[in-house]
Design a protein around this ligand. Sequence first.
Ligand code: CMC
Length: 385
Amino acid sequence: TAPTDIKKGLAGVVVDTTAISKVNPETNSLLYRGYPVQELAATQPFEAVAHLLWHGELPTADELADLRREERAHRALAPRVRAAIDLLPLDTHPMDEVRTAVSVIGAIETAGIDSVLEVGGSPADNLARSIRLFAALPAIVAYGQRRRRGLEPIEPRDDLDYAANFLWMTFGEEADPVVVDAFNRSMILYAEHSFNASTFTARVVTSTLSDLHSAVVAAIGALKGPLHGGANEAVQHTLDEIGDASRVGAWLDDALAQKRKIMGFGHRVYKRGDSRVPTMQAALDTLVAHYDRPDVAELTHALEAEFVARKGIYPNLDFPSGPAYALIGFDTLTFTPLFVASRVTGWTAHILEQAASNALIRPLSAYDGPAERHVEGYVPDAAAL
Ligand code: CMC
């Protein structure tokens, strides 16, 4: 490979086909299994979108009831998982807690399998593991936030849907329907986005015939970085640092002079705006009105207007979702774990798809290190030649 042929960051490289989602930057659209994500966010509970991603079709009433039964049966924080989280220092980053918890769940799920030839599991095993992991994550994320606040975990509620129960387990009170709806929309918008860094990571691990939880643990590691999922946390740090709409101009002067990346803006694929932003922006506006926090709207609008005017770089989904999660009451450090709870649906759909038509992912590199050389004093062993 000539070094000039290298596509740094795999930019523009089409790696494989997928039937799960389609990103079209030209028309600014994102389709999950053919459905525009905005339509799904406006009409569906997150559980139905999870079913769509796994199976390719929206569920019938019976299928949705089956998925909900299974999801509710696996919502509780497992004692071994809690014990593993409790071993971690209280100031562990919550992404590390979630990564550890998924690793423990994987070890439990595959206990008794005594050959690497078997760990990959059958498609049915992997679908069942995906549903159980999807069901388990809210309790893990909720417990992380409560543990840092010195609070006991809250038992799940069987009478609440996924989104409402997630908020219940985090805050210990029933959330207003307006808040549940905004949170449900955010979960749907975060669920899937083709071959992004974390999904591709999950597919690489799966391609070696490793197990589903190993692939998800690796994906969590990729998502944690601020150029990817960590951006929703980073957006809130930025907003806290600026503090007030009147300070946006001066703050941007400084940040741009220091060549800082402004978190929550820009995207590898979308160059004229992220298709998910208008829906999440509307959800943020609803939350601003619900909590009566016009200051949040003023600050975010001022930063967006000023940065777009100066650089022509548009906000991505993390820009409105960060402040939305803050208004709901999530700690800033919990934002990226919320992204995990959602994206686990997309990751596992891709793991199932990769396993179904696998080819080991193993690209080439162009070597640019020293030319061949030899260790001083080395005398070849005549017998080995
Ligand atoms: N702030 C300041 N400058 C930026 C930004 C930004 N947020 N994004 C892009 N640029 C500039 C960049 O400095 C570069 O300028 P120049 O050509 O003068 O060097 C140019 O735009 C191209 O940027 P790039 O980083 O080479 O492009 P990329 O396709 O590798 O970057 C990105 C995509 C998401 C890594 C980048 O836009 C970024 O770092 N954004 C901030 C982090 C962020 O919000 N990430 C979330 C991504 S979307 C959802 C998700 O995955 O969670």
